[in-house]
Design a protein around this ligand. Structure first.
Ligand SMILES: NC(=O)c1ccc[n+]([C@@H]2O[C@H](COP(=O)([O-])OP(=O)(O)OC[C@H]3O[C@@H](n4cnc5c(N)ncnc54)[C@H](OP(=O)(O)O)[C@@H]3O)[C@@H](O)[C@H]2O)c1
Length: 447
């Protein structure tokens, strides 16, 4: 395959064919100007015209989700999943439908609809309040481009039955729909549920790649995210043995919980704006703190590190160049300027905050995160950070995976809180219980 060439188009649409290398591999791209100024891009792999149904995604353009990583929708993750699926199968097409922005109402109107949603409307009523159609997309042009590529029948990657009906009405046989489920974020779970309940979409959340099954309600374990003005809503999450240890005496914690519980933890990461641990966990576990076990967005990674002991080769500095989340280190005046530059040079952010008991002043740290737009924060440990946050009364929700394992003396999940009488202990409310293959996950409101 060679560079760019203009193709003779019998139907007088202007079109171009070119090879596009992507992070998912090389695709043959056919760009067709279906109307003046409106270009559809078909990213194809393999022979599409051999008669067998073609793995196909008709992806409605979403600038904010696809290119700018917006978490108001699941579009960007679905787009990348579709490209990955087609590349893995070696035959198929992702048809990028421009002009479908905001279900056909256009970018500006979509953003106006977001304003309505911020004032309480769901994604359907927001359009109606603006006097706009709920869904103004047509699939005629998509069907035309598919036919030009030799595609007559498809296995359609979508949760949306209307898309399948639209293509069928335009003459493309839909052999079956194959869902593209993503791990919900607390910022888009309302949108996903409205799509299910009011627009007839199939299950939009959950795992359908090979691997453990993620329950759609993973995001429900997080509870009702309603952050105060001076800090994020804080969710504490850890995995413990039945005797309450999060690691052995030597610090080993891999793996306390089973595969399904760990995938659930990744779904919780994907649901939050940021994830935070102490430097003790980074040094012991060299954790990446990203989302790998479910299809979802990786949150901002935050480390409490008073003196900047985070090593330059820590895994949480990796992936900064491939669309992964950023890393932010909360430190104090006790770190040196040389270490701050070292960490900045690795692409991470540094915030110098006052000192408090245990290291970084937690109230100042959480206030800083809130000021930077973090509304939901998942804290994954370790023991000292868990203890500091609970001691300071800064936890809203606690999610604990309890594994059927007893290890005796080791690292306790929670250290000394100065509680002398049981009745003075922290009270948990609103229990929610979820069973995974091996473990019991309980979630509670704190206080
Ligand atoms: N099972 C699980 O779910 C799970 C999850 C995470 C970790 N772990 C395990 O937990 C162990 C690590 O726990 P850890 O207690 O040693 O480390 P940690 O809680 O992750 O980190 C503690 C360190 O964070 C820094 N820090 C900064 N500000 C702090 C503050 N306000 N409060 C508390 N700490 C603050 C302090 O170091 P500086 O003074 O240098 O700033 C402190 O020594 C490892 O064995 C790990 O495997 C288990």
């Amino acid at each position: 395959m060679t560079g760019c060439q203009t193709v003779f188009d019998p139907r007088a649409f202007d079109s171009v064919r070119v090879v596009l290398p992507t992070q998912f591999g090389e695709f043959d791209v056919t760009a067709v100007e279906v109307r003046p100024g409106l270009v559809y891009l078909a990213l194809a792999r393999g022979d599409l015209s051999d008669g067998a149904p073609v793995l196909t995604r008709v992806h409605s353009e979403c600038l904010t989700g696809d290119a700018l990583t917006s978490l108001r929708c699941d579009c960007g993750i679905q787009l990348r999943m579709a490209l990955r699926r087609v590349a893995a199968e070696g035959r198929g097409v992702v048809l990028y439908a421009t002009g479908h922005e905001g279900r056909g109402i256009g970018l500006l109107n979509k953003l106006r609809a977001y304003v309505e949603q911020d004032e309480g409307a769901d994604t359907v009523d927001a359009n109606l309040r603006l006097g706009l159609p709920v869904d103004d997309r047509s699939y005629t042009e998509a069907a035309h481009v598919l036919r030009e590529l030799g595609v007559l029948s498809v296995r359609l990657l979508t949760n949306n039955p209307d898309k399948a009906h639209g293509l069928e009405a335009a003459g493309i046989a839909v052999e079956r729909m194959e869902p593209l489920r993503t791990a919900a974020h607390v910022r888009n779970v309302g949108y996903l549920r409205t799509k299910e309940q009011r627009l007839g979409h199939g299950d939009t959340a959950g795992e359908e790649l090979p691997g453990p099954v993620i329950p759609p309600e993973a995001v429900d374990l997080i509870g009702n995210v309603d952050p105060p003005l001076d800090r994020p809503y804080v969710v504490l999450k850890y995995a413990q043995t039945l005797d309450g240890r999060i690691a052995t005496g030597g610090g080993d914690s891999k793996w306390i919980s089973g595969e399904e519980e760990r995938a659930l933890s990744h779904a919780l990461r994907a649901a939050c704006d940021a994830i935070m641990v102490g430097i003790g966990t980074v040094l012991r576990d060299d954790c990446r703190l990203n989302v790998r076990l479910v299809p979802g967005a990786s949150p901002l990674r935050v480390v409490l590190d008073s003196t900047l002991r985070t090593p330059s080769d820590a895994l949480l500095f990796t992936g900064l160049d491939d669309g992964a989340a950023s890393t932010l280190i909360l430190t104090t005046e006790r770190s040196t300027e040389a270490d701050r530059s070292r960490v900045r040079d690795l692409g991470a952010g540094i915030r110098v905050l006052p000192e408090g008991p245990g290291g970084v002043d937690l109230k100042a740290g959480l206030q800083q995160l809130r000021a930077e737009g973090v509304r939901s924060l998942l804290v994954e440990g370790g023991a000292q950070v868990i203890t500091s946050l609970l001691g300071a009364g800064l936890v809203d929700r606690i999610v604990v995976g309890t594994a059927p394992r007893i290890i005796g003396a080791g690292t306790e999940a929670v250290g000394d809180l100065g509680v002398l009488r049981v009745t003075d202990g922290i009270v948990l409310r609103n229990r929610s219980v979820h069973l995974t293959a091996d473990d019991v996950v309980t979630a509670w409101d704190v206080g």
